[in-house]
Design a protein around this ligand. Structure first.
Ligand SMILES: [Zn+2]
Length: 128
């Protein structure tokens, strides 16, 4: 398991996701043959649930932010090419095992452009 580069920060990632990363790494290795690569933690620009309404400029960090759980250390993005390039059966099994590892309604897993987005819903605000 590794991060894409040193700009990707997961040090402050919530324990709910962090504790399951070794198991997610195992799933990636089993189904794609490559280790888990985390492409984003609380870094980068992420759209919120009500994009673009929820965007704002954070004076403290001088960054554009949104209500995305990435900024609350409660979401990560992972590389998914390895799985996408496998057949239907592998993708189906990966999806099933991912949902066992990150069950609803506590977690949400979605495909975001070329990444797998995993978030812990406990950290969501009331109106999100
Ligand atoms: Zn994401």
């Amino acid at each position: 398991m590794r991060t894409k580069n040193s700009e990707v920060t997961i040090d402050e990632l919530c324990e709910e996701i962090k504790s399951k990363l070794p198991q997610l790494d195992e799933l990636m290795k089993r189904y794609s043959g490559t280790e888990l690569v985390i492409t984003s933690g609380n870094d980068g620009i992420h759209s919120g649930s009500k994009w673009p309404k929820s965007i704002y400029f954070d004076e403290k960090t001088a960054r554009l932010k949104s209500d995305s759980l990435h900024y609350k250390n409660a979401a990560i993005d992972c590389r998914i090419w390895g799985i996408k390039s496998k057949g239907k059966e592998i993708q189906k099994r990966f999806a099933g095992d991912s949902l066992i590892l990150f069950p609803k309604p506590w977690f949400t897993i979605i495909i975001e452009s070329s990444c797998l987005h995993i978030q812990c819903n406990k950290y969501r605000g009331k109106n999100e």
